[in-house]
Design a protein around this ligand. Structure first.
Ligand SMILES: Cc1ncc(COP(=O)(O)O)c(C=O)c1O
Length: 383
């Protein structure tokens, strides 16, 4: 269902190329966007709150949403600020924690647009030594020392510990504890981008957030409804120390315009408290699990436990050759370099944007393209 023809340039941010199966976009398939559920939720919010739904909202976001989020994460509403999504939350805290020219420490493969938000703020990105499980113990401390020795300031660490975009990896429990301890010891705040939290399809349970492990101090956790409901809501939240929530709520934008996306916030509050949100996410997880399985079965790779992505190394580390062969097979994938120099030898494949039969067919074509690249490499190497 693509909005009766309205899924087009000028209305939506991007339109997939025709004649190609697009496994690039890291967002939900149009068929997974809950149009009717949200129509009812907006109608209910307007009925219930009347004009109060249409005026400037409380600076921190309306209490019904903050209370519902706080109850879910086991804290009080004073720890929660409603945002216009993770991107806006990141922009906001980057301005509070960072000054121009400060360094932000990030994983070597990280969310490209998140990094853009930071460089837009004139922050400089440096990487923390990591392996496939995430930052290696001691590496955060070493990176902070390196930066400070060079006479620069570390503003904060930007980490995506759960089903990370682009690799799909979740940082295990003990590494999380090490990160939180190291950051506290060197006095560097962590901004935890948890956009994919809750989107786990199997495997061990999702580990606790860095924010929870840190006793809710020194870590700001960014959450969003973009991945579980709809990105067009532009709605999310941040969890932080109440003093930081107060600082956010005392900024000019809040005093001037009130809380972000007030009507959307009230609509989503109704979904959270009435159980519709949980039912929807349970359904969505099954849909995404089927999409993941269709893709990984066709590719013959190990499935990620959750999120939207499969990280696919290219034969001989030649991501460009793989992308070209994939394009010739009418499959488009994301260039691994978008996510950091370390991504040159791989591509990111999203299973969120296409239905299972399309993923299966495109996955087989991509697997064949990859096998052909590997054969070519074997011939070249033996020459
Ligand atoms: C890691 C990560 N953070 C943030 C976002 C964007 O979130 P939002 O739509 O809430 O701004 C995305 C979307 O791709 C993402 O992958």
């Amino acid at each position: 269902m693509t909005g009766g023809g309205y899924w087009r340039a000028g209305v939506v941010q991007s339109v997939p190329p025709t004649g190609t199966t697009d496994l690039g976009p890291g967002y939900l398939d149009p068929a997974l966007l809950p149009v009717r559920l949200l129509a009812q939720a907006y109608a209910q919010a307007l009925d219930e709150f009347g004009p109060a739904a249409l005026t400037y909202g409380e600076n921190r976001g309306p209490a019904p949403l903050r209370e519902a989020i706080a109850a879910r994460v086991g804290t009080g509403p004073e720890h929660v600020l409603v945002t216009a999504g993770t991107s806006q939350g990141l922009h906001l805290v980057a301005g509070l924690f960072g000054r121009p020219d400060d360094v932000v420490l990030a994983e070597p493969l990280s969310y490209d647009y998140g990094l853009r938000i930071l460089t837009d703020r004139r922050l400089r990105i440096e990487v923390i030594e990591s392996d496939m499980d995430g930052p290696v113990p001691g590496a955060l401390t070493a990176a902070v020392r390196r930066v400070r020795r060079a006479g620069r300031r570390v503003g904060f660490a930007y980490l995506i510990p759960t089903h990370r975009n682009p690799t799909g990896v979740t940082v295990p429990d003990e590494r999380r504890r090490a990160l939180v301890t190291e950051a506290a010891d060197v006095g560097v705040p962590i901004v935890e981008d948890d956009a994919y939290a809750g989107l786990r399809y199997d495997g061990p349970p999702e580990p606790p957030s860095l924010h929870a492990l840190a006793g809710r101090r020194g870590v700001v956790r960014l959450g969003t409804f973009a991945k579980t409901l709809a990105p067009g809501l532009r709605l999310g939240w941040l969890e932080a120390d109440p003093r930081l929530v107060d600082r956010c709520a005392a900024t000019g934008w809040a005093d001037s315009g009130g809380g972000f996306n007030h009507l959307a916030a009230l609509a989503v509050a109704g979904l959270l408290s009435g159980g519709d949100y949980d039912r929807h996410v349970a359904w969505l997880r099954e849909e995404l699990r089927a999409r993941r399985d269709a893709l990984v079965d066709a590719l013959g790779v190990v499935p990620p436990y959750g999120g939207f992505f499969v990280w696919l190394p290219a034969p001989a580390g030649d991501g460009q050759a793989l992308r070209e062969r994939a394009a010739a097979a009418r499959v488009s994938v994301a260039d691994g370099r978008r996510f950091g120099a370390a991504g040159a030898g791989a591509v990111r494949v999203a299973f969120s944007f296409q239905p299972p039969p399309v993923l299966s067919a495109a996955g087989h074509r991509l697997a064949a393209a990859r096998a052909a690249s590997a054969r070519l490499d074997a011939t070249t190497t033996s020459d």
